[in-house]
Design a protein around this ligand. Structure first.
Ligand SMILES: *Cc1c(COP(=O)(O)O)cnc(C)c1O
Length: 395
């Protein structure tokens, strides 16, 4: 019997046991301990940032980043429609409203649309930039590095500069990626990372805010640790959050981080093999790479095109039957019932919806063996051949 091939699972192959044992032996397993600081320092170093603040998960990192960037209830944040729901939810946690901008054909936030929106649908007001339609203040720009790639983030940077808006990058999927020679998470006033189980590195659950701004880092640390103002007494001047990362998870993070380079290389090898095996098939392509980006190849995405673009669901069902996990892209946020009252900016039907309907994410774990990857590729080649043959018969 063939075994299950998962989409993206953690790889535990380094000093995890060793560091966790140290934690357990010392009793420092919880919210205080040396590993949290060490993990923060190492992440700051790897992302070429001055500061890093650990959080309990990536969603908390996003929420905190938005608060310290000054996002207030009733304001608006520009983000992408094709994303995992976390950044959209984080915007709502602030009482703010997302504006979902459509994506490019490579699944990244469309910064040309962002430019059009800011230039043609907003106006300068004494307190910043206001959406002409809703009269709400625009408070931040929040792009997402989808599946490890990075769009033309320098365009977003220059727009953020032009309109004096904070740029917060959801870099949760792009740890280890670079753009124009710089780490993906070195862009933006702040960037959020995640160490959830499906990411390139995992602490079971965890997140991080990285920034070069000492004041923002300090505010983030304060807010994520219940905003306690006195070292001894329990005095608080504002509502904080318990968003701390436990020391025992930071210990796992330190071990994982030592493996980042090796894991990125493995992921790149996996991506290359998929590309070589599947890119030349008629009606099929691997989602293309972004110029200027060296992706960590976190997740490989197969796109079905004319004449078979509508078959991604039946293909997933068949792969599932063969114990190969594949998943669609996220439902675009502007179509999500959870965010039905939000605005959308782009064409209809959106690029996001077309990708949602035509793409399959393929098994991409660091530990994916050559044999298992060959099984995935063979299954797709057979599906492809059967599909085209049955098409020919019906024509
Ligand atoms: C994983 C992920 C997050 C954050 O996830 P957590 O599970 O909260 O760590 C945020 N945005 C995107 C795009 C993600 O893929």
């Amino acid at each position: 019997m063939d075994s299950q091939i998962p989409l993206s699972i953690p790889e535990i192959a380094g000093n995890e046991w060793h560091y966790v044992k140290e934690c357990l032996d010392s009793g420092w397993i919880s919210s205080v301990g040396a590993y949290v600081e060490r993990f923060e320092r190492s992440v700051a170093q790897i992302t070429k940032r001055k500061y890093a603040v650990a959080t309990v998960n990536g969603t908390a990192a996003l929420h905190t980043s938005l608060i310290v960037a000054g996002v207030k209830p009733g304001e608006e944040v520009l983000t992408t429609s094709l994303t995992f729901i976390a950044p959209a939810n984080a915007i709502r946690y602030c009482g703010a409203f997302p504006i979902f901008v459509d994506c490019t054909s490579t699944a990244q936030m469309d910064f040309e649309l962002l430019r059009t929106f800011l230039r043609e649908h907003c106006q300068r007001t004494p307190d910043g930039v206001t959406n002409r339609d809703t009269k709400r203040r625009i408070a931040a720009i929040l792009p997402v590095n989808v599946v490890g790639a990075v769009g033309d983030i320098q365009v977003a940077e220059s727009l953020a500069h032009e309109f004096e808006l904070p740029l917060i990058v959801d870099a949760t999927e792009s740890l280890g990626s670079t753009h124009a020679g710089r780490p993906a998470s070195s862009y933006g006033r702040m960037a959020a990372l995640s160490f959830n189980g499906n990411k390139i590195l995992s602490t079971g659950g965890g997140g991080m805010i990285v920034t070069d701004d000492a004041h923002l880092a300090e505010r983030a640390k304060h807010l994520t640790t219940q905003a306690k103002d006195d070292a001894f007494e329990y005095i608080h001047h504002q509502i904080g959050y318990n968003y701390r990362l436990p020391n025992v998870l930071a210990a796992i993070g330190c071990a994982q981080l030592e493996k980042l380079e090796e894991y990125v290389l493995k992921k790149k090898k996996i991506a290359l093999l998929y590309r070589e095996a599947l890119s030349d098939l008629r009606g099929v392509e691997m989602l293309s790479e972004e110029p200027k980006t060296e992706s960590n190849c976190w997740l490989n995405v197969l796109r079905l095109k004319d004449p078979i673009e509508s078959l991604s669901r039946p293909w997933m069902v068949e792969l599932h039957r063969q114990k190969i996990e594949s998943r669609p892209f996220w439902q675009p946020m502007h179509l999500s019932p959870a965010h039905r009252n939000s605005s959308y900016f782009g064409q209809a039907p959106s690029q996001a919806q077309m990708l949602y309907e035509s793409c399959l994410c393929l098994p991409s774990s660091v530990g994916l063996t050559r044999m298992d990857q060959d099984r995935v590729i063979r299954a797709i080649l057979v599906l492809h051949q059967d599909t085209l043959e049955s098409r020919r018969r019906t024509v």
